[in-house]
Design a protein. Structure first.
Length: 237
């Protein structure tokens, strides 16, 4: 494990060493990110020392065709790690965890191709303690914090999540099982979603059914099936 009080982002730091000797299995942890980034380039706001911010470089390589499974795998591990401390969260497609309907954690994975395989790093951000509310001004709906329901230290959460990463590592060999386990843990079938497609003026409502074989969300909209790809859409809460 490598700790630094401040960095641009743990994912950016991980990309710099991804594929280098000794990097596999390393976890980078920080108290503060000056340029924290979420999915699709959106900023990740977190007050200094109040969130759990880390990136783990997986100790295994994956086929590029299976990279879509990693955020779902990581979501299962983070959810399980939080549950160990009595914090029950809901998985939301594609890479968020909700606490009482509001975002409490997010996952962003980065990778680097190495011929026929890819090295992967999993970035995780968990809102642990509520601090200066001005940091989160303009975020709708407002985020949730682990401290709202349970007092848990960041290092305790980190240890539990990393243990789940280790326990579940072999699951990465079975993309189909990851998808089915995620669907079950998320109670996906029948869940209502509001989704905005890039370029659309307004979101639409639909009912989720299952994941596609590339991680897309297969939904029913106005009585018809439709597949929403992660690169094209944003879930609106």
């Amino acid at each position: 494990m490598r700790y630094t009080p401040e960095t641009t982002s743990t994912n950016e730091a991980a990309l710099k060493i991804l594929g280098m000797p000794g990097a596999a299995g390393v976890t980078l942890v920080t108290d503060y990110q000056t340029q924290g980034v979420g999915r699709r380039g959106r900023p990740w706001a977190a007050e200094r020392g109040q969130a759990l911010l880390f990136t783990t470089i997986l100790p295994v390589t994956l086929s590029p065709a299976d990279l879509w499974t990693v955020p779902f795998w990581a979501g299962l591990a983070v959810q399980s790690g939080l549950l160990f401390h009595g914090v029950t969260t809901t998985l939301q497609w594609p890479n968020d965890l909700l606490l009482n309907g509001r975002k409490v954690a997010g996952i962003l994975c980065v990778s680097r191709g190495m011929g026929a395989v890819a090295q992967v790093a999993c970035g995780v951000g968990v809102n642990v303690r509520r601090g200066d509310e001005a940091i989160y001004a303009g975020i709708e709906p407002p985020p949730a914090f682990i401290g709202d329901v349970k007092a848990v230290e960041r290092h305790e959460l980190l240890a539990s999540i990393l243990q789940r990463f280790e326990d579940m590592l072999s699951l990465l060999n079975n993309p189909t099982q990851i998808a089915r386990r995620w669907e079950t843990a998320a109670k996906l079938k029948g869940t209502k979603y509001r989704i905005r497609i890039d370029g659309a003026a307004a979101p639409f409502e639909c009912v989720a059914d299952r994941l596609s074989n590339t991680g897309g969300l297969i939904v029913t909209e106005k009585g018809r099936p439709r597949t929403i790809e992660t690169a094209d859409a944003q879930v609106v809460r």
